[in-house]
Design a protein around this ligand. Structure first.
Ligand code: SAM
Length: 309
């Protein structure tokens, strides 16, 4: 199996920042897998400690089999789903080879962004499917990065459809603009640069409404973004809000000592739990948690969620 190569590399660890070799497609995919699966992080740690402690070979093999099974499941979901367009495939490759670290060190990008932020092919196809099956015409995205999700959703829109997307960094927005404009669907994408809160407040003043909203930016901003959208009636009556990273690598549902994460990440552990609780207690909506990738929560107005007797 193709994962074997990366799993057998002694330099791979379960912490994102220490994955080696860094700029390969598999390394980024493995980063994303580890980030999303707390069980995988524990198993990788177990595998690392098994050999030096003299754990019998057959047990070590079983640990490896568990890791392989988790990876094979996600791999299969990706491979058996319809492939992304050539334009999105190209966008993903360009995002993976872009010198993000250098751009950050030179002060061009405010945040330490990386290709691990990409929504990727499986989630891109998922978003495209949802936009198409809901007959959405106007889509709002919070958190653009290089435009993978935005372009996937734009591809499902009619010719007069629109994706309005918010991105903090001008540099990242410029990279995204160039990449999405390589597609004939790029013209449907409008990029708003600056903190998303300000962009959303401006859209609210303009009384703009959206059929589909995809929130995929800084997690501590999610409650604000959700409130601006719901309190200002920015969601069309039958619209849907999609929340990315709703499971947040297990942080939404596991206690800290079960997370197997760096301290810096654990510091944020309450954020997604608080957001999910906020939505759960909001009487205006109904929601479902979909465990794809790092979790996507789908939220709709209660009236839209229920059928008629
Ligand atoms: C996970 S990435 C988005 C991935 C993208 N949706 C996709 O489909 O590939 C998050 C993005 O949100 C941006 N971001 C972070 N904080 C933000 C803020 N306060 N306002 C707007 N964008 C922000 C980051 O610069 C980054 O590009």
């Amino acid at each position: 199996m193709r994962w074997q190569q990366i799993l057998e590399s002694k330099t791979v660890t379960c912490h994102q920042s220490r994955i080696h070799p860094p700029k390969t497609k598999m390394a980024f995919a493995f980063q994303r897998h580890c980030w999303a699966h707390p069980v995988l992080r524990h198993l990788v740690k177990l595998r690392e400690s098994a050999k030096p402690r003299g754990v019998p070979e057959d047990i070590q093999t079983q640990i490896q089999t568990c890791i392989d099974c988790i990876l094979a499941r996600d791999d299969y979901c990706d491979e058996i789903s319809s492939p992304v367009s050539e334009d999105i495939d190209n966008l993903i490759k360009e995002s993976e080879s872009h010198p993000w670290k250098e751009a950050h060190n030179e002060g061009k990008v405010e945040l330490a962004v990386s290709a691990a932020m990409l929504s990727g092919s499986l989630e891109g196809t998922f978003l495209k499917t949802l936009v198409g099956m809901s007959n959405s015409k106007r889509v709002l995205e919070v958190g653009l990065f290089t435009g993978c999700g935005a372009l996937a959703m734009a591809e499902a829109l009619p010719a007069d459809g629109k994706v309005v997307t918010c991105e903090l960094s001008e540099y990242v927005g410029d990279v995204a603009r160039k990449l999405v404009d390589q597609s004939p669907h790029g013209k449907k994408i409008e990029i708003l640069i600056g903190p998303a809160k300000g962009s959303l407040e401006q859209l609210a003043v303009e009384r703009q409404q959206f059929d589909m909203v995809f929130i995929d930016a800084n997690k501590e901003g999610y409650i604000d973004y959700y409130k601006i959208i719901m309190d200002n009636d920015m969601l069309t009556p039958r619209g849907t809000i999609l929340i990315d990273n709703a499971l947040h690598g297990g942080q939404a549902y596991l206690p800290k000592d079960k997370l197997q994460l760096d301290e810096s990440r654990i510091a944020q552990s309450h954020v997604m739990r608080e957001f999910n609780d906020y939505v759960y207690n909001d009487n205006r909506v109904s929601q479902v948690m979909v465990p794809i990738r790092d979790g996507v929560m789908m939220i709709r107005r209660k009236e839209a969620f229920e059928g008629e007797a």
